[in-house]
Ligand binder design. Structure first.
Ligand code: SF4
Length: 110
């Protein structure tokens, strides 16, 4: 009788984060700050995306954020809205299939 297999080390799933270009940066550079206004948010997101573009683990980070449906912040060069668009939902905080607009033929009777 053999012993049951042990689960794989969890650290392997997270090791890529140790090489992130954002490591040590202020968390507010990547996540919404309380009371943040639209223009400020747009500038913050663009600056975060620029950091991501220079990051050696952008692919792993992006895959993680999409796979886990990370609802907050910039991950892998993608904003919350970018990820929602890719995943086809209106809001990652309340995932739901994107509503398709009604066609002009729907509901007509000839
Ligand atoms: S891709 Fe962006 S959010 Fe992800 S680890 Fe790199 S710098 Fe950080």
């Amino acid at each position: 009788m053999s012993a049951p297999a042990l689960p794989a080390p969890v650290a392997e799933r997270w090791d890529w984060q140790l090489a992130g270009a954002c490591r040590g940066m202020d968390v507010e550079a990547f996540f919404l700050a309380a009371g943040e206004r639209r223009r400020s948010k747009e500038r913050r997101i663009e600056a975060a995306k620029q950091t991501c573009r220079e990051c050696p683990v952008i692919v792993q980070c992006r895959e993680w954020a999409l796979r886990t449906r990370e609802p907050y912040g910039v991950w892998g060069g993608l904003s919350e809205e970018d990820r929602a668009e890719i995943l086809g939902v209106d809001d990652l905080r309340y995932p739901a299939p994107r509503r398709t607009p009604a066609t002009s033929e729907a509901g007509t009777s000839g």
